[in-house]
Design a protein around this ligand. Structure first.
Ligand SMILES: [Zn+2]
Length: 107
């Protein structure tokens, strides 16, 4: 079972308390962008076997959105952080690199 710690209220939640929100750190494109960029923003998502950054909402708790870094194969969680952060915190990147030396970083 996936267990994540909400960075706002500090509660360890299992996945039944959470709502998934898809991939984190999407670069948004809107009017004025190319059709290809807008289409990619709408439809193209990473779906890696391994390290992934995701959006989650503490739906049955404080209700806030946060971000998580985890391994999609092993369910190992490297950390969670507030949704307003544009990049993963250094300590989470360091935790990923320590446990997954082959990880090449975010695209
Ligand atoms: Zn919470």
């Amino acid at each position: 079972m996936l267990i994540l710690t909400c960075p706002y209220c500090g509660i360890r939640c299992d996945e039944t308390e959470l709502a998934p929100g898809g991939e984190a750190h999407l670069k948004r494109f809107g009017p004025g962008s190319t059709d290809e960029a807008f289409e990619a923003y709408l439809f193209e998502r990473e779906n890696p076997m391994g390290v992934h950054f995701e959006r989650w909402r503490h739906a049955y708790g404080c209700g806030r959105w946060f971000l998580a870094a985890r391994d999609t194969v092993t369910l190992e969680v490297f950390g969670t952080y507030k949704a307003q952060m544009p990049e993963p915190p250094e300590e989470i990147v360091a935790a990923i690199r320590a446990r997954r030396p082959e990880w090449e970083g975010r695209a």
